[in-house]
Design a protein around this ligand. Sequence first.
Ligand SMILES: [Zn+2]
Length: 268
Amino acid sequence: MIVNWTLLEFMDQIAFLEFKEKIYWSSYTPKAHEPFSATVRLVQGIYEEFSSMARAMLRQRIYANYRISDMDRAMVRIAAKRISECVEIADPRINPDAHEIKYRPASSVHSLSETPITERAQMEQVLKTLEKNCRRADVKFLSDRPVAAVLLNSRLEPMAASWNSSRENRTQHAEVRTLQQYWLIEQKPVPRGAILVCSLRPCGMCAGMIWHLCEDPFSVRVIYLQDDPGPAARGTILNKGVSAEQSGILGAQPVEMSMDRAQAVGFL
Ligand SMILES: [Zn+2]
């Protein structure tokens, strides 16, 4: 069968994996800064649709027909296993046995008041209230910890908020949920001067997503209440303050800081 590869290449991002001789694939045509892509959809969708075998499926190599972003790469590192980019693939739509993953999270309007949060104690109370939504039945893994995140604009007014729900879907960290909800509601990049406040230091996946979603990542601050001693939060794009995509920018200030350091510079 003839595949119109040229057309496919310009229209859609495609990502797929093979598991037990079946192809699972997704496509996406993202806008600039959007926190969704074919890879994000594939990984998140497999957890949602095939929860009992998702971990086994995501141990398979993912193939993408496009140059993946740092966000894609970081999500694969935390929630899947490995990925090959710029792979010339046949259009999976011509394979009747291939299974399309069409997952997209539902948008829900957050119920936080838009009153500015200016005090540390106030912020801690907001995060604690959000964390009550985290399921506590199994706290064996770090990812099951009660963790919440709040995205503030430059006037310190909440724009989106959520909590960790990653026990079954490893992509559902508080920060990812907050950022994707923000996009689903606003349909635009995170504006300059925004602040993402998290109860725990963000892992590489969450760091990759905030970086990707920001209009100007160097103007956005990420503040965490508690450090994460695990390897997932080390060497992230926020620690380094520079992405592989923007490796020409050197000497920029890191955009991540602990709440104590934030206090020292006069914030909250
Ligand atoms: Zn995370």
